[in-house]
Design a protein. Structure first.
Length: 127
């Protein structure tokens, strides 16, 4: 089964398997409501852009999708899993707005630091 989507006005066939899903997602930062009851699905093979004004919640949605922030309400699934689960983190990657390694971090430190942030094992030789 496939679903019909459109890119630049042309129909695109995409597999019906859901890669990512937001269901009634809300996120607050103190008194600020960043996302309010957001729901959408992204099917495998689809390309998606998040467009909106500053403060519309685009970065918050991406952070939630990557499991980098906790939601206040609703559910999010990546390939059927909670985005904060080790299985989901192993299957998803992203280049966020700022990609910067601390200038004082050497190669060995980098190889030790980044694997510590995700649930994989890195076999770095001992110092």
């Amino acid at each position: 089964m496939t679903t019909q989507s459109y890119v630049a006005g042309y129909p695109q066939q995409t597999p019906s398997k859901v890669a990512a899903e937001f269901c009634g997602v809300s996120k607050r930062y103190g008194p600020v409501l960043a996302l309010n009851n957001v729901s959408f699905r992204i099917h495998r093979g689809e390309m998606v852009s998040l467009l909106g004004a500053n403060g519309a919640g685009k970065t918050t949605a991406v952070k939630l999708l990557l499991g980098l922030a906790a939601l206040n309400q609703g559910t999010i699934r990546i390939f059927g899993e909670n985005p904060r689960s080790p299985g989901a983190k192993m299957r998803v990657g992203a280049m966020l707005q700022v990609a910067k390694v601390p200038e004082t971090l050497r190669v060995r430190g980098t190889l030790s630091y980044f694997p510590a942030t995700i649930p994989i094992r890195c076999r770095c030789p001992p110092s």
